[in-house]
Design a protein around this ligand. Structure first.
Ligand SMILES: Cc1cc2nc3c(=O)[nH]c(=O)nc-3n(C[C@H](O)[C@H](O)[C@H](O)COP(=O)(O)O)c2cc1C
Length: 260
């Protein structure tokens, strides 16, 4: 392995930290590693001559729809090595097996899959000390996984049946997420009295769901994927995340680290 192109998305910074740690280990071992943000790149531009890494957060027992779309649209290959890493709060369900099958069918050679537990950014946000301990442990796992890839110990096994069941359950859940009902009644809500109209939420949104122009309040459309970037990084705490207990939010990094 001489070159790795690492395609990743991170909503609130966990995946970014893991991908960055792995890239550091690859670089220290003389493997040129390029990081690409999934939200900024067309899948057709992926170079199937280089070893490929995929990094993303788990969402709704698999991952966000726009990441599935990116993966489904990547070009076919003739045996390019590919590995994946996801970050999660506890349980991922149906991603590793189905993803492996999609990539195998496209001609890739899946060499490693790893799920790394990091702090939860949804529902119950834990205290800062617990979260930083989790980050520390997660980054140790990332370090070890990068070494496993370099030294040929990593594996990407298929987990049949159970992961397929969760996969189809997840696809159903993602459909509900995109339904007009969900987008209307469970959307992130902006408190106009707190908003400073800075437009950071507009810049952060990976799917173009927020419209904004100078001096105006941001407007949400109906295509939110709930990555929680806007709510987590709003400097005024003006975005209400309906399912987070006591409206607490989590971020592992500063907004500038993950900006488009
Ligand atoms: C909409 C949404 C759904 C999630 N679903 C799951 C899940 O099914 N299983 C899980 O273990 N974690 C889940 N999480 C937690 C994240 O996967 C986890 O905190 C991840 O590390 C966040 O990565 P990021 O900071 O790179 O966005 C979910 C988070 C969000 C925002």
């Amino acid at each position: 392995m001489k070159k790795i192109d690492f395609y990743y998305f991170s909503g609130t910074g966990n995946t970014y930290l893991v991908v960055k740690k792995m890239a550091e280990i690859f670089e220290q071992n003389g493997i040129k590693t390029h990081l690409f943000k999934i939200e900024n790149i067309e899948p057709k531009d992926l170079n199937p001559e280089h070893t490929i890494g995929l990094g993303f957060p788990v969402a709704e027992l698999s991952t966000f729809s726009f990441i599935w779309k990116f993966i489904r649209d990547i070009p076919s290959s003739k045996g390019t090595k590919i590995f994946m890493v996801d970050t999660l709060a506890g349980f991922s369900g149906g991603i590793i097996g189905p993803l492996r099958m999609i990539l195998k069918n496209k001609g890739y050679n899946p060499i490693g899959a790893k799920e790394i537990i990091m702090p939860s950014n949804i529902f119950f946000i834990q205290d800062k000390i617990t979260n930083s301990k989790k980050v520390e442990e997660g980054l140790l796992e990332a370090d070890k996984y990068a070494w496993d890839i370099i030294e040929g110990r990593s594996r990407w096994d298929r987990i049949p049946i159970i992961s397929d069941i969760f996969y189809y359950g997840s696809l159903l859940a993602l459909r509900l997420t995109h339904s007009n009902f969900n987008q209307k009644y469970f959307s992130l809500k902006l408190a106009n009295d707190k908003c400073s109209k800075c437009g950071l939420c507009f810049e952060l949104c990976p799917v173009g769901n927020i419209r904004w122009s100078e001096g105006q309040y941001p407007q949400y459309s109906m295509n939110c994927e709930y990555c929680l970037r806007c709510g987590s990084f709003c400097p005024q705490g003006a975005i209400f995340v309906p399912f987070n207990y006591k409206n607490k939010t989590y971020s592992a990094v500063k907004a500038k680290d993950i900006l488009k």
